[in-house]
Design a protein around this ligand. Structure first.
Ligand code: BDP
Length: 686
């Protein structure tokens, strides 16, 4: 299954003399990786030998006995010196590592086995550069401790959503037709890919928990334990999505009320049994009182009561409950503008700040609505200082082309993570996710893989998965540099006829592809305009008169949702003062979010001097042209990369071109008919 980390990616390492020092399950994983690389490329490996050896590379746990070799000791000393120099920051922790050099020897030191594993993958990323004698020492530790994937995989096939809800890469790698898929080798391969980009937790079933899925918590727990066993050697913990109604549907209790002693006891016992079977179990993920899922509201309780119930059951075992903040009224009426879906998470959760237990992570979608190609950052992230917050992003491309379109999301996530909700120069979203003392909720991403040959349907969509892991490890990374890493690891230089051309072309196609997607879809942050249900392709009025709360309010005079305090829903007022003022004003609001916050006339002039209507026309024409250019660029790679990858991408680009054209024509026609304003450049609009 073609992905990053093919054997060629280990070439630089595999030809060296490598010493691995330390013990533990994850050290065994390192040994296994190094042994395979050395077997392939003629290197040699030792594991904690008791005699002196001459080596090029040492991977060692600190705090273990000194080794006899003089070079090894020198390398270790270099690593220690680098750490000492860093002073207070010298704590590597459970996952960090230091890379240093002494003479000709490269050393990776870690305090714990996971650090050694991450250090190994760092070496692989660096390739020959890791052995550059002039390379200064470097330390790495993750900015976010919690780096999680949520799989929306159904165990039983859902009649509408199929095996994987919003999955665009075939079936689940975990489940098939109600049973475990049974391909543990594939899960192991997956774990390895994830460890190489830094992911350390996975929930293995959908947040919409059906009857079969619910049973994973009890009589089907063995199926989960089997997955946990395979993920563990790569430092990945298993989490489970559970239904709030579990005491009723599984336990036969009359209710699931959080204050009911029988309910509390049921969760305590059930959770203890989970830990007996899976000692390093991560915890629960819960979607409650959202889109029809059961929750505490049934019993007149609130989300803090609900989350704390599960938190109390998990606490004795060190587990965490990820409680999702994606709560809104999905029966709202478009005529009643007092219920703005964008406000909902804030209105529900902010009053509860301070009431959640320490082991509750409130998992907040990055934007206030739903994973659109452009949204402002959720104001909840700036409004709950006493709660552990995780930021949730969507790697599966539900609203960004469904892995039929190239849409590289790294730049978008990077923008979100670097956003400063209290105003420029202040703390960022990444800081919130990291938490004051590293105790934040981290980054959670809805996964995009399936049993597809290329894992993600569109081979280039793999880069989104890789990137989300890397940005969770270090939100400061430049997304272009991360894309470079992915390209180098996926299309190793040594295996390419013209690596320079391949790398450049992939950058040209992918770097700006998110903005290209934005150009030919819903304009200026207004969102949606997608086909209802499957959310693929344009349908400008598809959701306009429905109950889901996603409207654009286009009429003959203008378009956009008035979310100002002065005259709209007041959503803009949920931000700290700096952004509240910026968003409140149609003049100051950034162009790309204008229609998210304001209803403006078609003639409203944007910061770039264009009018809203002309901007809609121009961006839609431009987006389609950009896709044509992408397609042309891809064709220059024919014969240079794996033909199967080439063809899959080519087919998908054909579909992207078709779909982008459809978006352009429907959107432009719609707004031309509404506004009656012709295109300033006289292009044909139907
Ligand atoms: C929406 C999806 C829906 C998910 C929901 C969620 O359309 O399938 O169940 O998000 O996040 O975007 O719970």
């Amino acid at each position: 299954h073609a992905a990053w980390l093919p054997p060629e990616a280990f070439r630089a390492l595999g030809s060296r003399r490598v010493l691995v020092h330390g013990d533990g399950m994850l050290v065994d994983t390192v040994l296994d990786e190094v042994a395979r690389a050395c077997a392939r490329y003629g290197g040699r490996m030792w594991h904690s030998p008791s005699w002196d050896v001459d080596v090029d590379l040492v991977l060692a746990l600190r705090g273990t006995d000194e080794l006899p070799s003089a070079t090894v000791q020198a390398a270790r000393a270099a690593g220690e010196a680098a750490l000492a120099q860093a002073g207070d920051n010298a704590v590597l922790g459970a996952e960090g590592f230091v890379l240093a050099r002494a003479g000709d020897v490269t050393a990776v030191l870690a305090d714990a086995p996971a650090g050694l594993l991450y250090g190994l993958f760092h070496l692989v990323r660096l390739g020959a550069a890791a052995f550059d004698t002039t390379r200064p020492a470097e330390q790495h530790r993750p900015a976010l401790r919690r780096r999680m994937l949520n799989h929306w995989d159904n165990v039983a096939v859902h009649p509408v959503m199929g095996q994987v809800e919003r999955g665009y890469a075939g079936g689940s790698i975990f489940w098939r037709n109600g049973r475990p898929r049974g391909d543990l080798a594939r899960i192991r391969e997956y774990a390895r890919l994830l460890a190489a980009c830094g992911i350390n937790a996975i929930s293995v079933n959908n947040v919409n928990v059906g009857r079969t899925e619910a049973r994973l918590l009890t009589d089907r727990l063995g199926d989960v334990a089997e997955i946990a066993d395979v993920l563990r050697p790569y430092g990945i913990r298993v989490h489970l999505s559970v239904t709030f109604a579990a005491p009723v549907v599984l336990g036969g209790l009359p209710n699931a009320d959080p204050v009911d002693e029988a309910v509390r006891a049921w969760w305590a016992v059930t959770t203890r049994q989970v830990y007996e079977r899976i000692p390093d179990f991560g915890g629960y993920v819960v979607k409650a009182d959202s889109e029809g899922q059961p929750g505490p509201f049934t019993y007149g309780r609130d989300h803090a009561d609900g989350a704390n119930l599960l938190a109390d059951a998990l606490a004795p075992h060190g587990g965490v409950v990820h409680w999702r903040a994606f709560v809104y009224n999905h029966h709202q009426d478009w005529r009643d503008r007092s219920t703005d879906r964008a406000r909902a998470a804030y209105d529900h959760f902010v009053p509860l700040d301070g009431r959640f237990r320490d082991n509750v992570v409130l998992q907040v979608k990055f934007g206030p609505v739903d994973f659109q190609v452009r949204e402002p950052v959720s104001p909840v992230l700036a409004a709950m200082p006493a709660t552990r917050l995780a930021v949730e992003v969507q790697v599966t491309q539900e609203y960004t082309g469904q892995q039929r379109h190239v849409c590289h999301l790294g730049p978008w996530w990077s923008e979100v993570l670097r956003f400063a909700p209290w105003g420029p120069g202040g703390r960022t979203v990444a800081d919130v996710a990291a938490g004051e003392a590293g105790e934040g909720g981290g980054l959670v991403a809805v996964a995009n893989v399936g049993d597809d040959l290329f894992w993600t349907g569109h081979p280039l969509a793999q880069a989104n998965l890789y990137t989300v892991g890397r940005l969770a490890w270090d939100p400061q990374l430049d997304p272009r540099a991360v894309l470079d890493e992915w390209i180098a690891l996926t299309f190793p230089q040594s295996a390419m006829a013209d690596p320079e051309l391949v790398g450049r072309t992939l950058h040209e196609i992918m770097d700006d592809s998110w903005r290209t997607y934005e150009r030919y879809t819903a304009p200026l942050g207004v969102g949606f305009m997608v086909h209802p249900g499957d959310h693929y392709g344009p349908d400008v009025d598809g959701y306009e008169y429905t109950r889901w709360g996603t409207y654009h309010f286009a009429d003959r005079d203008g378009v956009g949702v008035d979310r100002s305090r002065a005259s709209g829903t007041g959503f803009a007022g949920q931000y700290p003062p700096y952004w509240a003022q910026v968003y409140e004003s149609p003049e100051r609001c950034p162009d790309e979010l204008l229609l998210f916050f304001h209803h403006v006339p078609y003639g409203h002039v944007l910061h770039d001097g264009s009018t809203v209507i002309q901007h809609i026309y121009d961006t839609h024409f431009a987006g389609v042209e950009e896709v044509a250019v992408m397609r042309g660029r891809w064709r220059t790679l024919k014969g240079l990369i794996d033909p199967a990858v080439y063809e899959r991408v080519e087919q998908r680009l054909d579909e992207q071109a078709r779909s982008a054209t459809e978006w352009r024509d429907q959107t432009n026609t719609y707004f031309f008919r509404k506004s009656g304003v012709p295109d300033a450049h006289g292009r044909r609009i139907y």
